[in-house]
Design a protein around this ligand. Structure first.
Ligand code: S3P
Length: 432
């Protein structure tokens, strides 16, 4: 895929698809609840469709209409042993959440994935689950994973890695385990699982002190389904927000975007950089904060982001690094260790590709340093993505400023945003 420099600005109101994290949970949680759930605006991307297929394979009745899916949940223990291994493609979220859920089911199961997912660390979820007596076999700490479903024991677990996937996998094990479990998070991460479980009637109590979060959850209480309207994804919006900020004569309006405070670090960072962003019409939808966002072309300043911001915007560093490349002063982003174990080694790919685009940057320990220039001379216009959707989309945005860039293996964009190219071109982008 080629992304080329644009002549005019980025203008319009692109349609951003449903939030990926909330879409996964909108299949998983209603599938183990009681009653009918109609889900609107669900993201129909490869990752989410793998979660959906997994639950169909476990006997859940799911009807897929054009504008909504309908899930007929039959309770915590209604899932059936799938006839084959559960294939989750590229989706780390599906894998970590399902390992937790399936470890407390009454049947055995095996989870497999594509080559990228099969390299990703799974001990981060299987180790804490063994504290609940789960029996799980990994292949050198990764997929394939064999799960021996059984009654688990409630436990008190401290999560030391900042990861919503670990927390969510544990909560989905606890929900089907007798007794009270206490989960402590040492860094606040996205809380979509807690929000949805609570609104489906789970017995869950949450408190916070300093940057720690304490979750007390009592298992074996049946959940009651509700309809869900999935807000649009801030992480997918980010590509349009940055494209607008860095290109002249640009203005976009994004509608119905998820603005969950455990997830909107990007907006805080961009404000710090002087971005002209207005958050409009704040409201709540299924207990998730949503808003509309207006963005104008802006002169950006560089900024220093401390490690405590990382969990609040972990998926946005690739695209934020593009914004920083067009600021009028240097930026430092700290505490980016987790970026090394995403769909690719994102920290390394950001560095390599920015250097190829002529940007002066370096990594020291887990911090990324970007020293922007007024004009860039491309050194190598082949952008290596290692099949990582967010790297591919970020460098499409880079291409809109300095292109042409040749984005390799760009099919991965279907992981989270199948309509990206169409929407980007409709607001003035040039992607072929
Ligand atoms: C996600 C959590 C994050 C994020 C991923 C989605 C989720 O991963 O990077 O894209 O839906 O829970 P970690 O929990 O591993 O940080």
């Amino acid at each position: 895929m080629i992304s080329d420099k644009i002549a005019g600005g980025i203008i319009g109101s692109p349609k951003i698809p449903g939030d990926k994290s909330i879409s996964h949970r909108s299949i998983i949680i209603p599938s183990i609840s009681n009653g009918i759930c109609k889900v609107k605006n669900i993201l129909k991307s490869d990752d989410v469709l793998h979660t959906l297929e997994a639950f169909k394979d476990m006997g859940v009745e799911i009807i897929q209409n054009k504008d909504e899916i309908i899930i007929n949940g039959k309770g915590l223990n209604s899932l059936k042993k799938p006839k084959k291994d559960i294939y989750l493609g590229n989706s780390g979220t599906s894998a970590r959440l399902l390992v937790g859920l399936l470890s407390a089911q009454k049947f055995n199961s095996t989870i497999i994935g594509d080559s990228s997912l099969s390299k990703r660390p799974m001990k981060r979820i299987t180790d804490p689950l063994t504290k609940m007596n789960a029996i799980i076999k990994t292949f050198n700490g990764s997929l394939p994973i064999e799960i021996q479903g059984r009654h688990l024991a409630s436990a008190d677990i401290d999560i030391t890695i900042p990861s919503a996937q670990i927390k969510s996998g544990l909560l989905l094990a606890c929900i089907n385990t007798e007794g009270i479990s206490n989960i402590t998070e040492n860094n606040v991460t996205r809380d979509h699982t807690e929000i949805m479980l609570e609104s489906f009637g789970a017995k869950i109590e949450i408190s916070k002190k300093d940057n720690k979060k304490y979750i007390k959850i009592e298992g074996k209480n049946e959940l009651k389904s509700k309809n869900i309207n999935v807000p649009s994804d801030l992480s997918s919006s980010a590509f349009f927000i940055i494209a607008t900020l860095i290109n002249k004569n640009s203005k976009i309006i994004l509608k119905n975007i998820n603005n969950n405070p455990t997830r909107n670090g990007l907006l805080i960072a961009l404000k710090k950089m002087g971005a002209k962003i207005s958050i409009l019409n704040k409201r709540y939808n299924n207990n998730e904060e949503v808003c509309d966002i207006e963005v104008l072309s802006s002169e950006l300043n560089g900024c220093e982001l401390e490690a405590d911001m990382a969990a609040l915007m972990i998926d946005e560093y690739p695209i934020l690094s593009i914004a920083a490349s067009f600021a009028n002063s240097p930026s430092i982003f700290k505490g980016l260790n987790e970026l090394r174990v995403k769909e690719s080694d994102r920290l390394n790919l950001i560095l390599k590709n920015l250097l190829n685009c002529g940007v002066e940057c370096k990594i020291i320990d887990d911090s990324l340093y970007i020293n922007p220039k007024k004009n860039y001379e491309i050194i190598n216009n082949n952008i290596r993505t290692d099949f990582d959707h967010r790297i591919a989309m970020s460098f499409c945005v880079m291409g809109s400023k300095i292109g042409p860039l040749n984005i390799l293996e760009a099919g991965s964009i279907n992981t989270s945003f199948p309509t990206f190219k169409k929407e980007f071109n409709e607001v003035g982008g040039k992607i072929y």
